[in-house]
Ligand binder design. Sequence first.
Ligand code: SAM
Length: 251
Amino acid sequence: MNATGTSATGARPEGASDEQSSAAAVRQMFNSIAPRYDLLNHVLSCNIDRVWWNRTARRFRHVLAQPQASILDICCGTGDMTLALLRRRPVGAAPVLAADFSHAMLARGAEKFRHHNAVAIEADALHLPLSGSSLDLITTAFGFRNLANYQSGLREFHRVLKPGGELGILDFSEPSGLVGKLYAFYFRRILPAIGARLSGMGSAYSYLPASVQRFPPPQQMVRLMEDSGYTQVSWTPYTFGIAGLYRGVKA
Ligand SMILES: C[S@@+](CC[C@H](N)C(=O)[O-])C[C@H]1O[C@@H](n2cnc3c(N)ncnc32)[C@H](O)[C@@H]1O
């Protein structure tokens, strides 16, 4: 257990023993599933992911509406969260930065951004090639949970945000009650089986429920964000708490 009462410090795919090997395993996994990622995402989430990306973008519409706002979508993968942000940018606005450390995922994102105002950057979320206090908004959708060290990620985002800059982390959580039981059955039994069949990579889709189980629950995540220097921290559940948006502001 760490100071926040969270036993998980970061993602640990099977076989990975430390932060370096975890990051390498995560990158390798996303490079392998990149060709089928979008298809699988939409099939396995029954397209609810689109609603979640749009809700997240809507939550930050006051920042997106400012033409000069500097915005980063980190762990952008194949770019659907970035596209949801771009749809709310005014004409002539500064480009949105979209970064990921998986070359194959980012290449697919970059292809989608070709006719949009976004710049794709191959970069590690824990070591961003950006100056301190330079961003107004950072978003990350379903990527934060995969970081090898959550506190390092929150600290790095804090470093590059301007004072008053905002952070939005969209990720899965584990709902409680009957919905939780039904969802757990789908997420731990059915999803890995379909994922393995369609992607040809069983380990990636057994890693998904394992990583959600390991991820700090909302109360602990909120505390982790507060301990990392964010204020006005909140968690808004989406779709019975299957997913949710963490928001925080750099003081
Ligand atoms: C589940 S995908 C999400 C992609 C996209 N944001 C979406 O909503 O579909 C997670 C992404 O996080 C990226 N990722 C994981 N750890 C990262 C890190 N340390 N730095 C940069 N990208 C990372 C992976 O390469 C992958 O593309």
